[in-house]
Design a binder for this molecule. Structure first.
Ligand code: CP
Length: 504
């Protein structure tokens, strides 16, 4: 066992190197060999006294139970919740507080699934024990990608280079295709063929990334065109819950040409993979395929046990544990999303009619957003002044208040309604601080959920701003931010996602 995975958070497949993926595949193969040679329990004391906590805010069969099985066969224990019914999440408890409680419960590792993108990075920031991403929104499912790779590695006798992979089903709304594609980036001479409805197709940003990194991506007209050219065909279930307004019955007709049935696989030496579950109503894989040699998805699911058992063994197979002491690091309370702007002298601009002595001017609001922003702040009912104004020759309205320190929740409320507001904090009649408040533009990012209180944080990925949590790129659109101001802000950002430090 190496130290590579000791106590490490498993958040994104992009955090793995080629060597690490291959090491985990080799470790997974060892678990497979133990199982197949009747020595399943030979590691039964490896994680004795270790406990896994599962926190599944969304349904799961495979991910949750395979981690539990891995833990059980390594002599450890598991506990947690599957669905939020019966937990205090129903009483509006935040992810931060729920994760903290699981740490306080003397667990050694958390496995979590949550509908918001970036929620797992946040859980990892909060927890003082390692966290494993069991799926965050439409973002990532790294252990699914690892088990998919392990399945292919096992079926191809350790060879991953030169793979010809087909994708079909819903390639747009799921997280498994994204994570698996990102894992394949580490291997040479990879070709991806896909066929799907336009709105279910490979996301353009993913195709761009794959192409730039040397993967050949080809869109074919039909499933049979794909089948003809690949060794593995990876199907995914339409994620209806992520397509508001689209009805299941609409899919039934549409899926006809993409459903994997006997006619589509006939004559091809192809293995059909699926992360599962199959939607029995849509039946993206016809049941008759289940009984053919092409069916590889149940073996794939068992590889989830081998992979996760191997991963837990690598992560936790050592002495010692993290002692929880009830404290949270300060950095969990502060973001790095305030882009400083030059104050242009020391006095307030003349546009701030009825100058204020102490307070805040919220400027560069989007035309038409003024009423919604002032309603959401509800300043007067909170006992503060609120002057709203639009100056005829200026495109952007503003709000002036004697409330000096807008709370983070206030700032988020403003930015959700009018992205990139300029905040001027006025002290003794002068602008003491001026910044543009940035908020991730991904509508499903956890930083945008006000009650979760996740401080927006960004990092610089080779000069490109990305959200620390969902990792989506962010482009500053504010017309007044100068190139110098932007450069200075980016220069201050971390260049990697650094681990939040907890004292041991
Ligand atoms: N593949 C997968 O994640 O399955 P579950 O949703 O059942 O965990």
């Amino acid at each position: 066992m190496s130290e590579t995975f000791r106590d490490r958070d498993i958040i994104s497949i992009t955090d793995f190197s080629r060597a690490e993926i291959l090491d985990l595949c080799a470790a997974g193969r060892r678990m497979e060999e133990l199982e197949k040679s009747g020595r399943r329990n030979s590691l039964r004391d490896a994680l004795k006294h270790r406990t896994l906590s599962y926190m599944f805010y969304e349904p799961s069969t495979r991910t949750r139970t395979s981690f539990n099985t891995g833990m059980r066969e390594l002599g450890g224990r598991y506990d947690g919740f599957s669905g939020t019914e019966g937990t205090s999440v129903m009483k509006n408890e935040t992810v931060r507080d729920t994760v903290t409680m699981m740490c306080a419960n003397h667990n050694d590792v958390l496995v979590m699934r949550h509908p918001l993108d970036g929620s797992l990075q946040w859980a990892a920031d909060v927890a003082n024990i390692p966290v494993i991403n069991g799926g965050d929104g439409r973002n990532e499912h790294p252990t699914q990608a690892l088990l998919d790779v392990l399945t292919i590695y096992s079926l191809r006798e350790g060879r991953l280079d030169g793979l010809r992979m087909g994708f079909g089903g819903d390639l747009s709304h799921g997280r498994t295709v994204r994570s698996l594609s990102l894992a394949l980036l580490h291997f040479d001479n990879i070709t991806v063929h896909w066929a799907a409805e336009d709105f279910l197709g490979m996301p353009p940003d993913l195709v761009d990334l794959l192409t730039k990194r040397g993967v050949k991506v080809v869109r074919d007209d039909t499933v049979r065109d794909v089948m003809r050219q690949v060794g593995f065909y990876y199907v995914t279930m339409p994620q209806l819950e992520r397509m508001p307004g689209v009805k299941q019955r609409d899919f039934l007709a549409m899926m006809k040409q993409y459903r994997i049935d006997l006619e589509k696989i006939e004559g091809f030496d192809v293995r059909v993979l699926h992360p599962l579950p199959v939607n029995s109503e849509i039946a993206e894989i016809d049941y008759r395929v289940y009984f053919t040699p092409a069916q590889a998805f149940f073996s794939q699911a068992e590889h989830g046990i081998f992979l996760r058992k191997a991963l837990l063994h690598e992560m936790l197979g050592h002495e010692g544990y993290h002692r929880y002491d009830g404290r949270l690091p300060n950095e969990l309370g502060t973001g790095n999303n305030r882009l400083p702007r030059e104050k242009r002298g020391t006095s307030q601009s003349g546009m701030f009619i009825d100058k204020i002595h102490d307070g805040t001017v919220i400027d560069h609001l989007h035309p038409g957003s003024l009423r919604a922003v002032s309603d959401s702040l509800d300043l007067e009912n909170r006992g503060y002044s609120c002057t709203t104004a639009t100056i005829t020759e200026k495109p952007n309205p503003f709000i002036k208040t004697n409330l000096r320190a807008l709370a983070e929740r206030d700032l988020k409320r403003i930015a959700l309604l009018s992205p990139e507001p300029t905040i001027n904090i006025v002290l003794n009649g002068r602008i003491a601080e001026k910044f543009v408040y940035l908020l991730c533009a991904n509508a499903n990012c956890i930083t945008r959920t006000i009650n979760e209180d996740v401080p927006p944080r960004f990092y610089s990925d080779e000069g490109r701003i990305r959200c620390r949590y969902c990792r989506r790129p962010y482009v500053v659109a504010h017309r007044k931010v100068t190139p110098q101001e932007l450069r200075a802000y980016v220069a201050e950002l971390p260049t990697v996602i650094e681990t939040v430090g907890y004292p041991d």
